[in-house]
Write a protein that binds this ligand. Structure first.
Ligand code: PEP
Ligand code: MN
Length: 348
């Protein structure tokens, strides 16, 4: 059940609803509704007499199974990572290597992506590799190097956490926790990151439906962490020329269904560096709130995902084009005087 509270709802109403939920063995979670009020999501049904309390503006007994993530609970949410805001209309650029490989590599990349226009640094310390014989990441040392790269560049850091037991360790070094595609349905891990105060980047599993992806986001929200950003990173296709198919339908569809920001990963979504610029722009055109892109000073020699990794110079070109596309799209949102006149004439 979703109970919508007006902006001026008395605190006593929320307290009474929460107490009644607890007494019935239910859990109630509040989150801002994006319209100045709040939504209270209850995993069950409250007695009808409670729903006459002052300040309740709507009650939804039926709703999406991803109650807290749905547009019914909130119009739009903005997620903050340090000074960076995701979902407020300006596209955010996260960039960096697939893996942290050493001090010089990550610090140089952090400075270079910053100069190229990135807002955040990405880099994996714990890597989910298909082969156990591939480079597995530097682990805890990689986390320390990411923290050094943050100091050197001023960019907040997003990095993957793969195991429940490592959540606190990764959260101590990172500004944002990444849940990788292979762990999208690792429910204990989702619950654990839901208990931290770190924003979470939730990648879509490459064979997950959009509803399954939103249900995974719901696990994090239901555990108490409202700061979730979704990332479309490509799904399995049948063409061996492409590593994955970047599913850009997912962007406007997710935005219809959820208030959470959505970003696009054209690196994993294509697996091919020559396709990254076009698909980055396509992601923004589809309405994404940002991009996450793999960048290395010497892409051909990257220890992981070399084939899809671009140079900082190529990132700078993408950044410039994204800015231009965003400005053009924003300008086109303004009412067109001729169209306004036409609408007035037609309605007269
Ligand atoms: C990554 O970001 O390097 C990564 C492994 O991503 P995904 O989980 O989307 O494969
Ligand atoms: Mn990668």
């Amino acid at each position: 059940m979703i109970v919508t509270l007006a902006p001026d709802a008395p605190a006593s109403t929320v307290a009474a609803l929460s107490a009644a939920a607890a007494a019935a063995g239910l859990t109630a979670r509040t989150l801002p509704d994006g319209r100045g009020g709040a939504s209270l999501g209850v995993d069950g049904t409250l007695a009808p007499d409670l729903l006459d309390l002052p300040g309740i503006s709507a009650v939804r007994a039926t709703h999406k199974p991803y109650m807290l993530a749905s547009r019914e609970a909130c119009a739009r949410s903005v997620v903050r990572v340090g000074d960076v805001t995701i979902g407020d209309g300006r596209p955010v650029l996260m960039a960096g290597p697939c893996s942290v490989e050493g001090r010089e590599q990550i610090v140089a990349t952090a400075r270079a992506v910053r100069a190229a226009g990135a807002d955040m640094l990405r880099g994996g310390a714990f890597k989910p590799r298909t082969s156990p014989y591939s480079f597995q990441g530097l682990g805890e040392e990689g986390l320390r190097l990411l923290a050094e790269a943050r100091e050197a560049s001023g960019l907040p850091v997003v990095t993957e956490v793969m195991e429940t037991e490592q959540v606190e360790l990764v959260a101590a070094h990172a500004d944002m926790l990444q849940i990788g595609a292979r762990n999208m349905a690792n429910f204990p891990l989702l619950k654990r990151v839901g208990k931290t105060d770190r924003p979470v980047l939730l990648k879509r599993g490459f064979s997950a439906t959009i509803e399954e992806w939103l249900m995974s986001a719901e696990y994090i929200l239901a555990a108490g962490n409202p700061n979730v950003v979704l990332c479309e990173r490509g799904i399995r296709g049948f063409d061996p020329l492409l590593r994955f198919n970047l599913d850009l339908n997912a962007v406007p569809l997710a935005k219809e269904l959820t208030h959470l920001p959505v970003i696009v990963d054209p690196s994993h979504g294509t697996g091919k560096r020559s396709l990254v610029p076009a698909m980055a722009l396509a992601g923004i055109a589809a309405g994404a709130d940002g991009l996450i892109i793999e960048v290395h000073p010497d892409p051909a020699h990257a220890l992981s995902d070399a084939a899809q990794t671009i140079t900082p110079t190529e990132l700078a070109h993408i950044h410039r084009k994204v800015q231009a596309l965003h400005a053009t799209l924003a300008a086109a949102e303004q009412p067109e005087p001729l169209l306004v006149e036409l609408e007035v004439a037609l309605s007269a």
